[in-house]
Design a protein around this ligand. Structure first.
Ligand code: SF4
Length: 159
């Protein structure tokens, strides 16, 4: 390829040392080829990342349960039992609410239910429907638990 224009890296150093021309050679064609491939990769990565975040945001709003909040007698019974309470960690956006409890960031219009099905927008306030309810129940005796590890060891001499 004697006619091909070449850029020799280290050629000057090799020549000045009087040594052989063993430096890494990169042709202009290779620079263009790998440079364009790298630029295309960066653009494709950015585009895919943007698509991923956009589809995640759309999915978050799409999976909110529209108009699914309990109403009437059911809502009153829920409140009477103390299970429905105004929730924490949310923002009011007019009559809508933006729940900030988990990464789903549900934006709820009045009477919508969140993706978790536990939080509802009633009259511009976010309510949890599970206040005071256990999330798990286990009939194991407490003696089976590894409490030895959780209490301070009196023989260690520490107060
Ligand atoms: S806690 Fe429920 S309502 Fe709140 S953002 Fe998460 S899924 Fe949505």
């Amino acid at each position: 390829m004697g006619t091909e224009t070449e850029t020799a890296l280290g050629e000057g150093a090799a020549a000045s040392e009087g040594g052989s021309r063993t430096g890494a050679r990169v042709t202009r064609r290779q620079v263009l080829k790998y440079g364009l491939a790298g630029a295309a990769g960066v653009l494709a990565g950015g585009y895919l990342t943007q698509r991923l975040f956009r589809s995640a945001a759309l999915e978050s709003t799409a999976t909110v349960l529209k108009g699914n909040a309990p109403a009437g007698e059911l809502w009153e019974a829920w409140k009477k039992r103390g299970w429905a309470r105004e929730a924490r960690h949310y923002l009011k956006v007019g009559s809508n609410v933006l729940c900030k409890l988990c990464p789903n960031d549900c934006l709820l219009q009045p009477n919508d239910r969140g993706r978790c099905r536990n939080r509802v927008n009633k009259e511009g306030k976010l309510y949890t429907l599970v206040y005071g309810n256990p999330c798990t129940f286990h009939p194991d005796p407490v003696e089976k638990k590894p409490l030895y590890c959780s209490v301070e060891n009196p023989s260690s001499g520490k107060a």
